[in-house]
Write a protein that binds this ligand. Structure first.
Ligand code: 5GP
Length: 132
């Protein structure tokens, strides 16, 4: 992947001008796109972790959640509501699903263009154990 922070602008102050997902948004790289509007694009993950694994990305490049600003409030809401709608369309809303965003190295982020993972279609188990 070409936009890891070690070889992209993520460690500097300048905004990245391109990412793998921006190329998918512009349809320069093929992907199984399931939804697109002027703000967000959703497509199947190339390496699905479950029967349903969709990535919901803003068309605009925001490298990590740390880079989002109050101006992005509506856009972040759109990502969530797009995931919710796709979960319904894909028939996993009743059985259940997980929506998550990885942030930076320890969070497991690999592509530095924020995205929600919409994962479902099988029991996913508990990801975080309760301390008590
Ligand atoms: P992250 O670890 O950054 O949260 O998630 C990146 C996700 O992007 C991974 O689940 C990975 O499988 C997916 N991915 C990486 N490259 C491509 C690609 O070229 N096409 C698609 N559709 N998904 C990709």
């Amino acid at each position: 992947m070409s936009d890891h922070p070690t070889n992209s602008q993520s460690l500097s102050n300048s905004a990245p001008t391109d990412t793998l997902f921006a190329k998918i948004v512009r349809r320069e790289i093929p992907a199984k796109i399931v939804y697109q509007d002027e703000f967000v694009t959703a497509f199947h993950d190339i390496s699905p972790a479950a029967p349903v694994h969709i990535l919901v990305v803003p068309n605009k490049i925001i490298p990590t959640l740390n880079d989002a600003t109050p101006e992005d409030e509506q856009l972040l809401g759109k990502l969530m509501l797009t995931a919710q709608r796709l979960a319904k369309e894909l028939g996993i809303d009743k059985s259940g699903y997980r929506v998550l965003m990885n942030v930076n190295h320890d969070g497991g982020q690999v592509v530095y263009h924020i995205h929600l993972h919409l994962i479902g279609g099988r029991p996913l188990g508990r990801m975080v154990s309760r301390a008590d």
